[in-house]
Write a protein that binds this ligand. Structure first.
Ligand SMILES: Cc1cc2nc3c(=O)[nH]c(=O)nc-3n(C[C@H](O)[C@H](O)[C@H](O)COP(=O)(O)OP(=O)(O)OC[C@H]3O[C@@H](n4cnc5c(N)ncnc54)[C@H](O)[C@@H]3O)c2cc1C
Length: 318
């Protein structure tokens, strides 16, 4: 039995859904002891959710009594210390902006190997899977050292419950930092929209969206589905959406359970960022559009008719 650490990300609603797939990977069918590292909330408030996914130890981190949640330097120092203290063999996290940042810092502090944006992991054989060259090749990487850090692309590993009873631990370290990073203020985002890279459902509008305001049609549907809204590069280049919404080779890589592409031709570059989606639905007016050869379900129709109709049905269903 080896000890596997998981850095848990928290949102306003508690434990982020995307963590559960990472916990399933860490659980490995029950052959490892999972340590869930939390900060920013009390361990007691999240233990119920975490123990449903096989977590045996929930560790609330502090540095000299201070919650390290808002200071990446402090948090990574606390994690590096905790890895040593709890004899953690691998630290897993989400391949989110924050997860990638923190795991890279911990890898540097502990002199450990770092694998980012992985799509699979077998902790028994220590083999990690990574998608390369826009998904054209898949690399299997064997790790030969302890500990190692690995961030997993959200939603690539299906979450499976593995209920158990977890112990709550408080670990207050006196980890040293350079003090170069000082957090002066933490501002909450005004936006309540779902993060694109972690969303379980994404609805994307391409070039025919034609105006920034028309994304409201997608947003209304997305709000009912609990989805995030994305854009193609053609739409971004035309000024209809910000680059932060772009999916694809030069945009974000996403892996939702459901991807609804509205007015997308199905370019290789767009697919590079979303081809690992579980189910792809395409809405396109052209029955010969390449996307119809790459999707699971296709609707030949005008997005300005199909999406509002879907929204109406969702509203009726409450
Ligand atoms: C180096 C490089 C990097 C790139 N990176 C990216 C990237 O990260 N992301 C990305 O998206 N692209 C990227 N591209 C651009 C990519 O090649 C395509 O040009 C782009 O993806 C096309 O966007 P689109 O599908 O929205 O538009 P189009 O190719 O113009 O397709 C629009 C589709 O909408 C259909 N349509 C028209 N009207 C309607 C309607 N009312 N309702 C429904 N369907 C309708 C049309 O039949 C058509 O199939 C990159 C290109 C290069 C060279």
């Amino acid at each position: 039995m080896s000890n596997i650490g998981v850095l848990i990300e928290i949102s306003d609603d508690g434990v982020k859904e995307a963590n559960f797939g990472v916990l399933t990977a860490a659980h490995g069918g029950g052959s490892h002891v999972i340590y869930a590292f939390v900060c920013g909330v009390s361990a007691d408030s999240v233990v119920g959710a975490l123990q449903e996914y096989g977590v045996q130890k929930v560790v609330e981190l502090a540095v000299d009594g201070v919650d390290p949640a808002s200071n990446p330097e402090l948090l990574s120092a606390a994690l590096a210390d905790a890895i040593n203290h709890f004899e953690i063999e691998a630290l897993l996290g989400l391949s989110s902006a924050s997860g990638r940042d923190i795991l890279a810092r911990v890898a540097a502090l502990t002199g450990s190997p770092l694998l980012q944006d992985c799509v699979g992991i077998d902790l028994t054989s220590k083999t990690i899977t990574k998608s390369h060259f826009s998904g054209k090749t898949v690399a299997s990487i064997k790790v030969n050292s302890n500990p190692f850090m690995c961030s997993l692309r959200p939603n690539t590993i299906e979450a499976q419950t593995a209920p158990c009873t977890a112990e709550v631990l408080n670990y207050d370290t006196s980890a040293q930092t350079s003090g170069k990073l000082v957090v002066k203020e933490v501002k909450q985002s005004q936006s309540k929209t779902v993060d694109l890279t972690e969303a379980a459902i994404i609805i994307t509008g391409g070039r025919p969206i034609a105006a920034p305001d028309n994304y409201k049609i997608l947003q209304e549907c997305a709000d009912l589905l609990g989805a995030a809204v994305g854009a193609s590069r053609a739409a971004v280049d035309a000024g209809f959406a910000p680059h932060s919404m772009q999916v694809g080779q030069t945009g974000k890589t996403v892996s939702p359970k459901l991807y609804i592409g509205c007015g997308l031709s199905g370019s290789v570059q767009h697919f590079a960022g979303m081809k690992t989606s579980k189910i792809i639905v395409a809405i396109n007016t052209d029955k010969d559009a390449p996307i119809f050869g790459k999707c699971d379900y296709g609707i030949i129709g005008d997005l300005f008719e199909v999406v509002p109709a879907l929204t109406e049905v969702l509203k009726e269903q409450g």
